[in-house]
Design a protein around this ligand. Structure first.
Ligand SMILES: [Zn+2]
Length: 101
């Protein structure tokens, strides 16, 4: 598995196709030209070095439960795209295979 993410998407990858970017990630932020305390959710194309969205100001946030999708069609949450959890999942599947045989 090859993964070059070093910044925002550090240790993240698609558990389905192992792509490292971009991901369609739902982030929360303040819309441009609106009061600071207004927060909207937008799905952006997130790359390791950030995203380009004209609707949002620079202050955005997302967490492990934010909806995240890959261009291959895989959908989940940001947590599902953690390589660590993907590897754990593989290990768990391997355990189940052993139990069945
Ligand atoms: Zn994928």
């Amino acid at each position: 598995m090859r993964n070059e993410n070093q910044n925002i998407l550090f240790e993240m990858g698609c558990p389905e196709c192992f792509s490292s970017a971009p991901f369609l990630l739902e982030v929360r932020g303040s819309p441009r030209g609106v009061l600071e305390d207004t927060t909207i959710a937008r799905t952006v194309e997130m790359w390791d070095d950030g995203f380009d969205d004209q609707q949002l100001t620079g202050h955005t946030s997302w967490d492990e439960d934010s909806p995240c999708a890959c261009v291959c069609g895989y959908k989940g949450t940001a947590r599902d795209f953690r390589l660590v959890s993907a590897l754990e999942l593989l290990a768990r599947c391997a355990d189940q295979d052993e139990e069945q045989s």
